[in-house]
Design a protein around this ligand. Structure first.
Ligand SMILES: Nc1ncnc2c1ncn2[C@@H]1O[C@H](COP(=O)(O)OP(=O)(O)OP(=O)(O)O)[C@@H](O)[C@H]1O
Ligand SMILES: [Mg+2]
Length: 497
């Protein structure tokens, strides 16, 4: 069969097909039309712009499939919309490019969707775009990886948490490296086991991830293995950053502890205040009558000396009562500029007479020019009381306690160091001492709340507290507080002794 006969058959086949299609140039000119073969379209349209010849427009239509195929260099489908496109009449539903090498020579525009790869590709492309949109709109981090750990999906929230751009993650990050240590293997092992939500699933699994700059972040993970014909082909994980939730939980816990401790201190305070008040009157009487005897009787020197001793001791008792009342004063939390040295001295004054301190040598080095600190006096009392009591308890009533205060060279922070010569804190215990309810003391001897309260007091004051220890040689607590504003420095607190 010669070529002309073959062409003839092809044309007849197209005419018999009864569907409309056209060949359109990249400039939107009609180069050929199937309708011409069966005589349904005016032969004048050849060589004219399709938008003009078919729709009487002066510019290409907005939803033109040829235009889309031209922009994307692949088959394009025009969604049926509006009235401008009457598909019974016009061949503008589906278009695909005809390539000549790398260039597009023309487009075939037709009135039906090809049930072939072109159409499917387009649909696939659209449903992929929809899925991608879905994944990228997720509030959680979504990360998918193939069997080798190569990342396939890394959405925006993941970029924000991990610090890798999407491209960077897809090209150079392995999913194993988003977990610290060998946690990735742990995750995979648990994923394959049945214990965490069924085989191939992890539900609300708590673990850590590591960001690009090395920060460890706690997360909750929902993950699945993706299977194809029973074979593992990929994994997908939905991560939730738990930092904020943990922060709120910690804050709540701290508040609870503070309440507990405040309640304990408050009932102790009430008791002490009651006793102090009761002591105050007889002490007043002792002083008054001792003074009367001193003035009204002509006593021999020995008796005078005894009276002076009575008066001196009575005065000491009154001072102690006054301190105790000051210490237990039930005030609301009130932030005022206070002299930290004074608070330290008051605490030491109250404690040094206790039997616990009998064989403890107390050494102070308090900087007299220390600026005031914006603080709640009661909380500061509790802070120093807890730390100094711990030191005395650790030294088992024998040793040396050193308290030092100074202004840091930048003049912005006050620095307080409380050291003891006790047994020190073992390395494995040191990281836990500020945790609530952590205690190494026997049951009934310690609640483990002292230092956690101290910690939250210091943090509430914008300060910092750390502990260092050389086991066998003692422990040092270092506390820093920001200095009160300049305008508050002159305003002495009303809480002076
Ligand atoms: N100066 C210190 N020397 C050695 N160990 C210390 C010292 N201070 C604290 N610790 C350790 O830290 C733990 C926690 O101290 P914290 O004050 O929070 O609780 P506690 O003293 O055990 O109980 P509580 O103060 O509630 O009665 C103590 O049990 C102790 O092991
Ligand atoms: Mg304690």
């Amino acid at each position: 069969m010669d070529k002309d006969t073959e062409k003839d058959y092809l044309l007849k086949a197209i005419a018999a097909f009864k569907r409309k299609f056209m060949v359109i140039s990249p400039e939107y000119k009609i180069l050929a039309s199937s309708s011409r073969l069966d005589g349904t379209i005016d032969s004048e349209i050849i060589g004219r712009h399709c938008y003009k010849a078919l729709y009487g427009r002066s510019l290409p239509c907005n939803n033109c499939s040829v235009k889309e195929a031209k922009d994307k260099r692949r088959p394009a489908l025009t969604p049926k919309q509006g009235n401008s496109l009457d598909l019974d009449e016009m061949p503008c539903y589906f278009a695909y490019p005809i390539f000549s090498g790398d260039d597009i020579e023309a487009f075939v525009s037709m009135d039906f969707d090809l049930p072939t790869r072109g159409g499917l590709e387009e649909k696939l492309h659209r449903s992929n775009a929809f899925l991608r949109n879905l994944i990228f709109s997720s509030v959680d981090c979504v990360i998918a990886a193939d069997k080798k750990g190569k990342i396939l999906i890394f959405n925006d929230p993941a970029s924000q948490v991990f610090g890798y751009a999407e491209d960077e993650a897809l090209n150079s990050l392995n999913v194993r490296n988003i977990y610290p240590g060998n946690q990735a293997f742990e995750v995979m092992r648990n994923l394959r086991s049945k214990e965490y939500g069924g085989k191939g699933k992890l539900k609300l699994y708590q673990t850590d991830v590591i960001t690009k700059n090395g920060e460890i972040i706690p997360i909750k993970l929902n993950a699945s293995i993706i299977y194809e014909n029973g074979q593992e082909i990929a994994t997908i994980g939905f991560f939730r950053d738990m930092r904020e939730e943990f922060r709120i939980k910690n804050k709540l816990e701290n508040t609870q502890i503070q309440l507990l401790q405040a309640e304990k201190m408050s009932s102790l305070g009430k008791l002490a205040a009651g006793v102090a008040h009761q002591l105050n009157n007889p002490l007043g009487g002792i002083t008054l009558f001792a003074k009367l005897i001193q003035e009204e009787y002509d006593l021999e020197e020995g008796a005078q000396e005894d009276l002076r001793r009575i008066l001196k001791d009575a005065q000491r008792c009154r001072d102690t009562v006054k301190e105790l009342l000051e210490f237990t004063r039930q005030t609301r939390h009130l932030m005022r500029p206070h002299d930290v040295n004074q608070t330290i001295s008051r605490t030491l004054y109250l404690l040094e007479r206790q039997t616990l301190f009998q064989n403890i040598e107390i050494e102070t080095d308090l900087d007299a020019s220390l600026p005031l600190v914006q603080s709640d006096i009661q909380q500061l009392n509790h802070l120093f009381m807890n730390i100094i009591l711990n030191a005395a308890q650790a030294m088992e009533e024998k040793g040396r306690l050193m308290v030092k205060s100074e202004l840091m060279p930048n003049g912005e922070r006050v620095f307080i160091e409380i050291s003891d010569t006790g047994p020190g804190i073992p390395e494995d215990i040191l990281p836990h001492i500020f945790e609530p309810f952590f205690t190494t003391k026997e049951e009934g001897k310690g609640t483990g709340l002292g230092l956690s309260l101290a910690y939250s007091i210091v943090r509430n004051h914008g300060g910092n507290i750390t502990a260092k220890s050389t086991p066998g040689q003692g422990t040092t607590f270092i506390i820093e507080f920001p200095v009160a504003d300049k305008e508050n420095q002159g305003e002495e607190s009303g809480d002076k002794i």
